[in-house]
Structures are given as structure tokens and as C-alpha cells.
Design a protein around this ligand. Structure first.
Ligand code: ARG
Length: 465
């Protein structure tokens, strides 16, 4: 061991310490120190198991566990010195413990950092999934609240960003609720897959020591619904599998894509061109140059940050692809992207949940946007279909009416009836009833449709959840 250099836990066979650059490229403590609570939890369970099988005494277990608690208290108080020379969170904690508790030298028995980090991260995923889920639930609640307030605000629904058919703003917003509800199931699936204990896999091939894997799994809460311990079934898979990382990043990327689309809708809606909503001052910014500006920065940043979430997923997929079994140090780079995905996902979800209550719909501007009777052209087609005109023919007939309205520069519903009647015999004088907006919406009364009863039922459904 070189003078002044700390003894790495693996330092026995080395005559020289690592180069300064090796320390810099090798350290992960700058980002994995946030695993400290999970690392301590894992080590306490490991000590309990070692005592349970008689490898250490109960006194040694108690001393180790008390020492770990003391270290965690120091970490939480911001008083723990994280030493990059000790590489990672695992070695920092173990070395600090060894200085206080001699029995700590036995703690790493039948364990490797490979199964240790896999365990820490599975514990972390279970925690992170709960946090993301709570933030998703808050976004859903805020969308349902806004939907409740905008049930009678009718806007054009768009395809190809061209006005298509009228819908309530509530129906539009509830589309996002469906997406975020699916995201919740994705997050729940990550949590379930993470809920299996890899401890006991050792570095790659387990151990010859008489450990009790089920005991430690139970201690750490890796149990199924019946409380039965769940342990990984292949030691080589357990230390090199990064599926949960990829699945978690993927679920976050999906949330990001949904949030980005929502952000884009609000950016458009708050523009002068649309004017459907006013955003709360607290989530917009002004311009340093143009005094009149009110910019939708929060939503733009949400759209921007969602790109990071996609990038993090891409990074993980690329990193794992082509890696030979089992653990390779490349895998240390798995943590920054998942931590970033977690932090950014919770941040942007929380921003949306906090911003939506301040959104005001501009009913007048919405009504003006939806006033064009051509948005109900399809309803005229349906009128003809109900009179036994074949759909294709009816579509053609209404196309001719739209052409006529453009030619005469007259709104569709104000075309002179003599002209209308010439186009098709099935067009009775009552054809203009099709342009009654509230009747038209009320007729869309099947499941999933924007009729007010359906929308109200969906709001009630989500409220109950
Ligand atoms: N800091 C390491 C990581 O995050 C822990 C595992 C180290 N294992 C090893 N064989 N060097 O991946």
C-alpha cells in the first residue's frame, strides 16, 4: 500500500495505490451516496442473517447494527465525510463502521459489492416507485379537478392540428388521465419486478458458507403478497441484470412523453392564437426585453426535460447491450441515469400538479374557436345515414355542401335551403338541427365518448379511485 493512501477493501494483492485519474474515473460515491439508507438497511439485514446462521454472535450483530445506525444518523445530519478514495457508498460505510466496530470486519462475509449494489438498488427502486406513483396520483387528481371545472367549456378537438370535432376541454384533459393511469401500472410493474432479493449471489457464484437467503430476503421486505420471501434464482443473472433500471427509465420516459404532450397542448392553448387558457403567473416568466411577454416556461422546461428521460433510457439500453456476463464495471454508470430520471420525473410531475389549479379556461375564446359549424359536418353525415343514405354517399353529399359554403362564403348552417335541397333529396328542412352544439355533444353518449354524461361518469370514476 502506497504511503498515505487508504487501504481499499480489495487492496491486499496490490503494492501500489491507484493513480489519481483511476480514483477519479473509478469513484461513484459522488452519486451513489444517496443509496446510504438502503445500504445501511441491507447491511443490517446481512448482519442479522449472519447471526441467525451462527457466523457472527448476537453481540457482534448488535454492535454492527448500532454502528450502522450511528453512521446513517451522521449521513442524515450531513456530518459524514464521503471519501472518493474509498470509491463508493458501500466501502465508505464499511470502512467508517470498521473504525468504530471491530466486528464489522465480518460483515462482508458471504457478500460481494456486486450483490450488495444489486440489493441496494432494488430497495431503492421500491422506494422510488412509491414516490413516482404518489406524484402521478397528484397529477391525476389535478387533471380531474380541472376537468371538473371545464366540463361545459367546448373546444375544437384537433387532428393534424386542424380543427376536427367539438369536445369538452374536460374530455381532452381526461385523455391525459388515462395515460397517467397506465403509467401508474408501469411503475407498479417495476416495483414488483424489483421485489426479489439478490443477496447471497456473492460476486457471481454464491458462497460455500451456510447463509440463509430467505431469512435476509424477509428481513428486507422482499416478500410476496403472502409474506413469502422472494430470492433471485440465478447468481450470475442476479449480479448482472439491469432490467429494473431499464424498466424504470422506460416508465419514466413514458411519463415524460405524456407530460411533454400535455405541456405542448398548454403552450399552444395559452398562445394568443388559441387563447383557450391563462396560465398562473407563478409558473410563467417575463421577458427581460419585451415587457408584454408572459412565457410558459414551466411547460417548455417539462417538454425539454422529457428529452432527458428518453436519453437516460437510451443510455442504459446502450450500456447493457453487448456486455458479457456477469458484472462489468461499466455497470457503475447505471446509477446517474436512473437517479436523474427519478429526480426529473418527480420534479415535472409535481410542477404540473402545482400549476394546473391556477389554470383558467377562457370560455369566450373557446366558444369562438368552436363556432365554425363545419366542425359538425360529420354530424350532418350521421343525419343522412340515419335517413338510410349509405355512409360513402352521405360523406360525398356533405363534402359538396362544404364546397358550396366555401363558394358562397356562407357558413355551412346558413346555406339557403333551396340550394341544399338540390344536393340530396334526403336533406330535409330539419338538416340544420345537426348544428346544435350541445345536442351534438349529448348524442356522443357511448363509453369513451365526449358526451357530458360520459365525461361526468369518467370524472366520478377517477374521483372514486
Ligand atoms: N460501485 C460499484 C457499482 O456501482 C459497486 C460494485 C463494485 N463491484 C466491483 N466488482 N468492483 O457498480
Amino acid at each position: 500500500m502506497a504511503e498515505g493512501k487508504k487501504q481499499a477493501t480489495w487492496g491486499g494483492r496490490f503494492s501500489e495505490g491507484p493513480a489519481e485519474l483511476m480514483l477519479r474515473i473509478g469513484e461513484s460515491v459522488s452519486f451513489d451516496q444517496r443509496l446510504a439508507p438502503f445500504d445501511v438497511q441491507g447491511s443490517k439485514a446481512q448482519a442479522a442473517m449472519l447471526a441467525h446462521v451462527g457466523i457472527i454472535t448476537d453481540e457482534e450483530r448488535d454492535a454492527i447494527q448500532a454502528g450502522l445506525d450511528a453512521i446513517l444518523a451522521k449521513v442524515e445530519a450531513g456530518e459524514f465525510f464521503w471519501d472518493p478514495e474509498l470509491e463508493d457508498v458501500h466501502m465508505n460505510i464499511e470502512q467508517a463502521l470498521t473504525q468504530e466496530v471491530p466486528a464489522a470486519a465480518k460483515l462482508h462475509t458471504a457478500r460481494s459489492r456486486n450483490d450488495q449494489v444489486a440489493t441496494d438498488m432494488r430497495l431503492w427502486f421500491k422506494y422510488a416507485c412509491d414516490e413516482v406513483d404518489a406524484s402521478l396520483a397528484a397529477v391525476i387528481a389535478s387533471l380531474v379537478d380541472l376537468a371538473e371545472r371545464t366540463q361545459t367549456v367546448i373546444i375544437p378537438g384537433y387532428t393534424h392540428l386542424q380543427r376536427a370535432q367539438p369536445v369538452s376541454m374536460a374530455h381532452h384533459l381526461l385523455a391525459y388521465v388515462e395515460m397517467f393511469a397506465r403509467d401508474r401500472t408501469r411503475i407498479a410493474a417495476v416495483k414488483e419486478q424489483a421485489n426479489v432479493c439478490p443477496l447471497g449471489s456473492g460476486a457471481i457464484a454464491g458462497t460455500t458458507l451456510p447463509i440463509d437467503r430467505e431469512f435476509v430476503a424477509k428481513e428486507l421486505g422482499f416478500v410476496d403478497a403472502q409474506g413469502r420471501p422472494q430470492v433471485t434464482q440465478n447468481s450470475m443473472d442476479a449480479v448482472s441484470d439491469r432490467d429494473s433500471f431499464i424498466q424504470f427509465a422506460s416508465a419514466c420516459a413514458s411519463i415524460g412523453v405524456h407530460l411533454s404532450r400535455l405541456a405542448e397542448d398548454f403552450i399552444l392553448w395559452s398562445s394568443a392564437e388559441f387563447g383557450f387558457v391563462k396560465l398562473p403567473d407563478a409558473f410563467t416568466t417575463g421577458s427581460s426585453l419585451m415587457p408584454q411577454k408572459k412565457n410558459p416556461d414551466a411547460f417548455e422546461l417539462i417538454r425539454g426535460k422529457s428529452a432527458r428521460l428518453t436519453g437516460n433510457l437510451q443510455m442504459l439500453l446502450t450500456m447493457v447491450k453487448g456486455l458479457p456476463l456477469t458484472y462489468n464495471r461499466d455497470l457503475q454508470e447505471d446509477k446517474p441515469p436512473v437517479f436523474d430520471s427519478f429526480d426529473q420525473t418527480v420534479l415535472i410531475l409535481d410542477c404540473v400538479a402545482a400549476c394546473l389549479p391556477g389554470v383558467q379556461a377562457d370560455a369566450k375564446r373557446c366558444a369562438a374557436a368552436v363556432a365554425d359549424p363545419a366542425l359538425l359536418a360529420t354530424d350532418v353525415v350521421d343525419y343522412l345515414v340515419k335517413k338510410a343514405v349509405p355512409f360513402r354517399e352521405a360523406h360525398h353529399v356533405v363534402g359538396a355542401l362544404v364546397g358550396l359554403s366555401e363558394q358562397l362564403e356562407t357558413p355551412l348552417n346558413e346555406l339557403p335551403y333551396e340550394e341544399v335541397a338540390k344536393i340530396h333529396a334526403a336533406l330535409g328542412a330539419d338538416w340544420v338541427d345537426a348544428f346544435d352544439l350541445s345536442k351534438a355533444l349529448a348524442a356522443r353518449d357511448k363509453p369513451g365518448m365526449p358526451g357530458p354524461d360520459q365525461v361526468a361518469a369518467r370524472i366520478a370514476h377517477w374521483r372514486q379511485k
